[in-house]
Design a protein around this ligand. Structure first.
Ligand SMILES: Cc1cc2nc3c(=O)[nH]c(=O)nc-3n(C[C@H](O)[C@H](O)[C@H](O)COP(=O)(O)OP(=O)(O)OC[C@H]3O[C@@H](n4cnc5c(N)ncnc54)[C@H](O)[C@@H]3O)c2cc1C
Length: 255
C-alpha cells in the first residue's frame, strides 16, 4: 500500500516524502530526552509545556525536528498502518505523541477548524484482521465510525487537518490474492484525484462556546439541530442515533 501510494502520487507529479518508522527505528517514547538544555521546571517535568518551550527555542530532539520539517512541507499526510488493538501501532502513536508538539501542531486558541494545519489534508490508510461485517453497528467489534472518531477527530481534526475518507482494507490476509491486487489498484486509482476529494465533516469551532463557556455546543446551534433525525457527529451525538458512515464517507456527512 505504501509503495503503491508513493508510485501513484509520483506519477501524478507530487513530490513524496516518506517516513518509514521501522526503518528509521523511530523512538516512540515521549520523555525528558525530547528536549536539550535545562527544563523550565526540572522538579515537575510537564511534557507539553517543556516541549513547547523547546520548540520555540530550537531545543527539541533532532529526530522530532526532522519529522516536523517533513510535516511542514506536506500538503497531504497519509498514515499507512495495520490496525493494532483498534488503533495504530505504538510506533506510530509515539510519532504523533512526540512530533505534534504544542505550538507547532496545536494551541488551545487554534484548534479543530481553526487548527494550525488547516491548509493540510490527512488520510488514514489501514489494514485490519477482521472482516468488514465485524466493524458494523451490529458486529462484535462495533461500528468502524466509532473506532475512527478518536483518531480522526481527537488527533487529525484537532490539529486542523482536513480529514479525507479513510482507505480501509478489511481482512487483508484472509482474502484471495486477486482481491488484494484489486485493493492496490483501486488505491492507486483513488490517489490520481485524491486532492479533489471532499473531507469528512466535523462541526466548526465557531459552533462551540469558548473557554469560559466550557467548549460546549452553543445553545442556538443545538436548537437548530433539534429537528434532525441523526446526531451531527459520532462524538457530538446529543443522545440521537449516530450519523451513518459519517467517519468513513464524506458524502454521508451531510446527514
Ligand atoms: C498486536 C496486534 C494487534 C491487532 N489488533 C487488531 C485489531 O484490533 N483489529 C483487527 O481487525 N486486527 C488486528 N490485528 C490484525 C492486523 O490488523 C492484521 O494482521 C494486519 O492489518 C494485516 O496487515 P499486514 O500489513 O500485516 O499484512 P500481511 O499479513 O503482511 O499481508 C497480508 C497479505 O498480503 C500479501 N501481500 C503482500 N504484498 C502484496 C502485494 N504487493 N500484492 C498482493 N498481496 C500482497 C501477503 O502475502 C499476505 O498474504 C492485530 C495484529 C497485531 C499483531
Amino acid at each position: 500500500m505504501k509503495e503503491s501510494a508513493v508510485s501513484a502520487l509520483k506519477k501524478k507529479g507530487w513530490n513524496v516524502i516518506e517516513s518509514d518508522l521501522y526503518a528509521l527505528k523511530f523512538n516512540p517514547v515521549a520523555s525528558r530526552d525530547d528536549i536539550t538544555g535545562k527544563p523550565t521546571d526540572p522538579d515537575h517535568f510537564k511534557y507539553s509545556a517543556e516541549t513547547a518551550q523547546a520548540w520555540k527555542e530550537g531545543r527539541l530532539a533532532k529526530d522530532i525536528v526532522e519529522e516536523q520539517k517533513k510535516l511542514e512541507k506536506a500538503d497531504l499526510v497519509i498514515f499507512q498502518f495495520p490496525v493494532y488493538w483498534f488503533g495504530m501501532p505504538a510506533i506510530m502513536k509515539g510519532w504523533l505523541d512526540r512530533v505534534l508538539t504544542l505550538g507547532f501542531a496545536y494551541t488551545f486558541q487554534t484548534m479543530f477548524s481553526e487548527g494550525l494545519f488547516k491548509n493540510k489534508k490527512a488520510l488514514l490508510s489501514f489494514t485490519t484482521g477482521g472482516p468488514q461485517s465485524m466493524y458494523t453497528p451490529s458486529g462484535t467489534n462495533g461500528d468502524m465510525n466509532v473506532i475512527l472518531w478518536p483518531i480522526q477527530n481527537g488527533i487529525l481534526n484537532f490539529c486542523g487537518f482536513k480529514v479525507l475518507e479513510p482507505q480501509i482494507l478489511y481482512a487483508v490476509a484472509h482474502v484471495p490474492q486477486e482481491a488484494r491486487v484489486g485493493m492496490l489498484k483501486s488505491w492507486e486509482k483513488r490517489l490520481e484525484t485524491i486532492w479533489d476529494e471532499n473531507p469528512v465533516k466535523f462541526l466548526p469551532l465557531q459552533d462551540f462556546e469558548g473557554f469560559s463557556g466550557g467548549f460546549v455546543l452553543k445553545k442556538e446551534v443545538e436548537e437548530s439541530l433539534s429537528e434532525s433525525k441523526y446526531a451531527p457527529t459520532v462524538g457530538q451525538h446529543l443522545g440521537k442515533p449516530l450519523p451513518p458512515d459519517s467517519q468513513v464517507k464524506a458524502e454521508c456527512s451531510k446527514l
